[in-house]
Design a protein around this ligand. Structure first.
Ligand code: ADP
Length: 490
């Protein structure tokens, strides 16, 4: 283990944040068969820690403890739940630096981005601490004079939350925040690549006084854990962020017990630069939308569509800006896949303007790459690249850009760069996407709904709408005066 990494892990251990066991019913627990799995630093390949490798049995116990805890947690007042969440937020912020280091260690993103993720991730807990107090129902004017109708919002029950490796903290807080605010309890299954941040966050939830069993964490054998969550009638909700393929499996699996399902799946985000865009704004926005997290977010620009009048100027300025990016952190898993996409594009006529090879740093590093002359039918335009490759496609008219942008099964994020106000409205509305950034490359915030259309997912996270995913609307009818059964109604 390198000296730098050792001092970081020692510090984390000293502050009690380097947890390696699962959390079930408020207790830190080994896998029942004692198995462990290695967590690696993707930038160096070093083993950071061995964590419990759990499966179906541990998950069933985690579900039982969440089910028991639901009884009391859901009956607390909203203000009491809010207080617990607020304390959790304060602790996440108090440990911002250590959590950031942990994210960099196991996920590989630059420390500045990792600390930024802690800020972003913690804000979901703060926001939902506030939102907990605003779960308003509704009174509906009754159809009979002696009746009163109302809608009561109730927590759906135990939620299973399955999260990916690209945002080890934020993908968890974005789910657990609203779940707990509504009165649900959770079984979290973080990615096996990045479980340490999830475990540290769970430790801080305990320290914040969130009762045992309200937040449980299991990791290890993903399909076994997934099956236990899907088949349990006690789990009433599955919330997932990850690949479209796994999301579809979970949706099918949830049908057996008719669970509520939220899915945040893959994107294929177009970034459209019109002739009338401000070149600097477009270059910086496209850079942020493309290369944030090394191109590994589901809202990352996947295709840069550039109008012919600005194409050459943009390609030149964009390549220069990409050239100035500093490489020094892990690019995660997909290097081989990225290579295939680039080879396919080049064999079909694309030109490499910059990069196009594995980085000399080795391991999982790939050079920031810009391809020009890319066509819609190339793999790099059709599949989610999830890596630092920006393909530039040329278009002539607004209609053509909209058609190219929508010609995909995905529909998560899109970006447009234009200074024409009417075009902004026209194109934003015509794009079949859940999120549209206008002259802006960074669009995620806890106060706005995040989610996709088409095969990019179901449901919304963040904002007041994120609460709906964990609530049932219970319609109730009450007699205000005397009971009459003469109307023959149900
Ligand atoms: P990504 O490409 O982001 O890694 P995945 O869909 O492979 O996306 O993984 C996202 C999460 O889904 C991870 O926590 C992973 O362990 C989990 N996962 C993968 N396969 C299954 C499965 N069959 N059942 C439940 N969870 C799964």
């Amino acid at each position: 283990m390198s000296v730098g990494m050792k001092s970081v892990t020692d510090r984390l251990r000293d502050s009690g944040l380097l947890r390696t066991q699962g959390l079930i019913g408020g207790k830190w627990i080994d896998a029942y068969d004692g198995k462990t799995l290695e967590v690696h630093n993707p930038a160096t390949g070093e083993v950071i820690a061995n964590v419990s490798c759990m499966g179906g049995k541990e998950t069933k116990d985690a579900i039982s403890s969440a089910f028991d805890a639901f009884n009391s947690w859901s009956k607390l007042t909203a203000a009491e739940r809010s207080k617990g969440l607020r304390k959790w937020y304060d602790l996440l912020m108090a440990h911002k630096e250590e959590l950031g280091q942990l994210i960099t260690l196991e996920q590989g993103k630059p420390l500045k981005e990792a600390v930024g993720e802690v800020d972003y991730g913690a804000k979901f807990i703060e926001f939902y601490a506030e939102e907990a107090k605003r779960v308003y129902g509704e009174i509906i004017p009754a159809t009979l004079p002696d009746r009163r109708l109302f809608v009561l919002k109730q927590p759906v029950g135990v939620a299973g939350a399955i999260t990916p490796w690209n945002f080890p903290l934020a993908m968890i807080t974005r789910k657990v925040g609203p779940a707990l605010a509504c009165g649900c309890t959770v079984v979290v299954k973080p990615s096996e690549f990045t479980p340490l941040t999830a475990l540290a966050a769970a430790e801080l939830a305990l320290q914040a006084g969130i009762p045992p069993g309200v937040v449980n964490v299991v990791m290890g054998n993903a399909p076994d854990i997934g099956d236990a969550l899907l088949t349990s009638p006690q789990v009433r909700k599955i919330t997932f962020t990850g690949s479209t393929a796994v999301g579809k499996k979970l949706m099918a699996g949830a049908a057996g017990t008719v669970k509520k399902v939220s899915l945040e799946l893959g994107g294929n985000a177009p970034c459209i630069v019109f002739d009338d865009a401000d070149l600097n704004v477009a270059v910086n926005g496209a850079l942020a939308a493309k290369f944030r997290n090394s191109g590994q977010t589901c809202v990352c620009a996947n295709r840069v569509l550039v109008q012919e009048g600005i194409y050459e100027k943009f390609a030149d300025a964009f390549s220069k800006a990409v050239k100035n990016l500093k490489v020094g952190d892990g690019f995660g898993e997909g290097v081989v896949q990225v290579e295939t996409f680039v080879e396919d594009a080049v064999s079909k006529g694309a030109k490499v303007l910059l990069g196009g090879r594995r980085h000399s740093l080795g391991m999982t590093f790939y050079e920031p790459t810009v391809l020009s002359n890319v066509k819609s039918e190339m793999l790099v335009s059709r599949e989610e690249v999830f890596g630092p490759v920006a393909p530039l496609l040329c278009f002539k008219t607004e209609e053509e850009a909209i058609h190219m942008a929508n010609d995909t099964n995905a529909g998560l994020a899109a970006y447009i760069f234009t200074n024409n106000l009417q075009r902004t409205w026209r194109v934003s509305e015509a794009l079949e996407y859940g999120l549209v950034g206008v002259n802006e490359g960074l669009i995620s915030t806890e106060v706005a709904p995040f989610g996709g259309v088409k095969q990019s997912g179901l449901g919304r996270e963040g904002s007041k709408y994120g609460m709906d995913e964990f609530l049932e609307k219970e319609g109730a009818c009450s007699t205000a005066f005397e009971l009459y059964f003469e109307d023959g109604l149900e």
